[in-house]
Design a protein around this ligand. Structure first.
Ligand SMILES: Cc1cc2nc3c(=O)[nH]c(=O)nc-3n(C[C@H](O)[C@H](O)[C@H](O)COP(=O)(O)OP(=O)(O)OC[C@H]3O[C@@H](n4cnc5c(N)ncnc54)[C@H](O)[C@@H]3O)c2cc1C
Length: 389
């Protein structure tokens, strides 16, 4: 078996992994990114990118392909709490004048192509089963797309392998913070809903949302506490979806008569923050930090944290700092930017709110994203300063 040596091996080629690989490769590092899934495969997730995520795609010059894939530009978010409606226009700020909700079959390949264009080696159908190295991780082993043994050595191994992260398990990354709540979801696609707005509905014990996406469709989800979802699912997925939608967003029912491809997320996993670095390894995206999908922030986190982690690795590779210091700083900034989001998401996912308090929680959520926007904005300021000096 031939073993190739890289500066970085990234396990997982979706938002966190592909974006990290792209940024490392753009900086001139030799990068391998592998995924056991197929290129362009779908995954269980709705699609709403929030401002920070869109900002990252714009900074990386990837918004054009997102728009070229027919992803509608979303100019407003409409929140409905019982009978109350709050219409929030997306103000042009920090280079972002619209939000986007691309299908994962569009977003993930765009990020993968950008990593490949930057010079990363990208391989699909490759499953990582073990890590190499004693004391310090020095690479990965597994099976390639033909079922043959596969190995790669690297100065750093990055687990971007999602909620069931093999890398996190193999390094024994401890969970440093846990959430207490989880929501269950059913979502599907339908045509004929407005393409210019995210819409979110909150009623006691149930929520729904509509995100306009590619191919003239909107992704429509319903969410509830898992015990309620399990109860409704006893009559089947379609009846459960229709019943929860009728409760959360009755005005949507007419538009969603024939939803296609309903997908279920059972809500068995509460949020966690894992220690995300150690000798020769780091975790990024859901592998290191997961919060309930109810606040639609996981993709934005992944794109933000890909930037944080890649900057740390690049600084260490350039000898500007040591690897342990750079990686500790990565986690510390990630955790600082995420702390309020994590706590508020956990409260929203609990469904232990009334229609007044959910409005307050969503205002807090929006405020808590200001830290992240400020940090991302500063990056550009620092970058501009470096380019002009
Ligand atoms: C129901 C639901 C709705 C959601 N809605 C939204 C939303 O509207 N907006 C939003 O921002 N976020 C949303 N999220 C969250 C979002 O999907 C995740 O945060 C995001 O996918 C995390 O990206 P990632 O790259 O970290 O991991 P993932 O997307 O999970 O990718 C991990 C990859 O690693 C690969 N992998 C795993 N193990 C191995 C291995 N051993 N070897 C090789 N490859 C491996 C997998 O094949 C996979 O492709 C939602 C999630 C769910 C479940």
């Amino acid at each position: 078996m031939r073993t190739t040596t890289y500066d970085a091996v990234v396990v997982g080629a979706r938002p966190a992994g592909a974006a990290t690989a792209m940024l490392l490769a753009r900086a001139g590092l030799r990068v391998l990114v592998v995924d056991r899934a197929a290129y362009g495969a779908d995954t269980v997730s709705t699609h709403a990118l929030l401002r920070g995520g869109v900002m990252q795609l714009a900074r990386w010059r990837l918004l054009d392909p997102i728009a070229a894939a027919g992803t509608p530009a979303v100019g407003r978010c409409i929140f409905r709490y019982g009978d109350r409606e709050v219409d929030v226009p997306i103000k042009p700020r920090a280079g972002v004048d619209a939000l986007y909700a691309p299908r994962r079959t569009e977003l993930d390949p765009i990020l993968v192509d950008a990593a490949r264009d930057a010079g990363a080696d990208v391989r699909f159908g490759v499953s990582v089963t073990d890590l190499v190295g004693k004391g310090r991780v020095t690479g990965v082993v597994g099976q390639d797309e033909h079922g043959r043994p596969f190995a790669a050595n690297a100065r750093i191994t990055i687990g971007a392998d999602g909620i069931g992260s093999t890398v996190a398990r193999l390094v024994g990354a401890p969970v440093e913070q846990s959430g207490g709540s989880a929501a269950a979801f059913i979502y599907g696609y339908c045509e004929g809903l407005p393409a210019d707005r995210y819409q979110l509905w909150y009623q006691l014990g149930v929520a729904a949302g509509s995100f306009p996406t590619n191919h003239g469709q909107a992704c429509v989800f319903v969410a509830s506490p898992p015990p309620r979802m399990r109860h409704e699912l006893r009559s089947g997925t379609n009846p459960a979806y229709a019943k929860l939608l009728a409760e959360a967003a009755p005005e949507l029912l007419d538009g969603v008569r024939d939803p296609s491809r309903l997908r279920l997320f059972a809500g068995r996993r509460t949020g966690y923050v894992r220690r995300s670095h150690g000798p020769g390894w780091a975790l990024v995206g859901d592998a290191g930090y997961f919060k309930d999908p109810i606040t639609s922030h996981g993709l934005t986190d992944a794109l933000r944290d890909a930037e944080l982690l890649s900057r740390a690795i690049i600084a260490a590779a350039a000898g500007e700092t040591t690897e342990p210091m750079a990686l500790a700083e990565y986690q510390s900034v990630r955790d600082r930017l995420s702390a309020r989001l994590f706590a508020i998401t956990d409260r929203i996912a609990s469904f232990r709110w009334d229609l007044d308090s959910i409005a307050g929680l969503l205002t807090d959520l929006s405020d808590s994203m200001a830290d992240e926007m400020h940090w991302l904005g500063e990056l550009d300021a620092r970058h501009d300063l470096m380019e002009t000096t």
